[in-house]
Design a protein. Structure first.
Length: 142
């Protein structure tokens, strides 16, 4: 399969230099994600301040897509309200699972659009969405 479009510079750069890497000190909540198909593991920490994501971080091992997606997820969600974070999750999930019929629907996702090609590779969807599901889980528990 052709991974050329998936491994764009943005993904490789975030894989090499992940943002918001490391544990958050208490008080924070965390959730873990595991993708047995690829071997990806991720833990996402999140601290809410009222209704806002005051801080978010992650640690993970696995493929470049899973790490880059986690890194860019933390950037996308940090500082957002709970509702905004959930809306970004919904948009991202729809994109990587191929539910966006029109590429214009991905516009609101900004540079997260680099993961749009994942929709064509079903085995990679879980890599790209792993950290997002962990974020949603911890958001709902926080
Ligand atoms: Zn993976």
């Amino acid at each position: 399969m052709d991974l050329g479009q998936l491994y764009q510079d943005v993904i490789l750069e975030h894989n090499r230099n992940p943002r918001n890497w490391g544990e958050l000190p208490p008080p924070s909540a965390h959730a873990e994600g595991h993708n047995p198909m690829c071997g990806d593991e991720v833990t996402v920490w999140l601290r809410l301040d009222g209704d806002r994501v005051a801080d978010i971080s992650f640690v993970g091992t696995g493929c470049a897509i899973s790490k880059a997606s986690a890194s860019m997820m933390t950037q996308a969600v940090k500082g957002k309200t709970r509702a905004e974070a959930e809306a970004i999750f919904t948009q991202f999930h729809a994109m990587v699972t191929g539910q966006h019929a029109n590429p214009a629907e991905d516009a609101a996702l900004g540079k997260l659009k680099v993961f749009s090609g994942v929709a064509r590779f079903p085995t990679r969807v879980k890599c790209a969405s792993l950290a997002w599901h962990a974020m949603k889980e911890v958001l709902e528990s926080a």
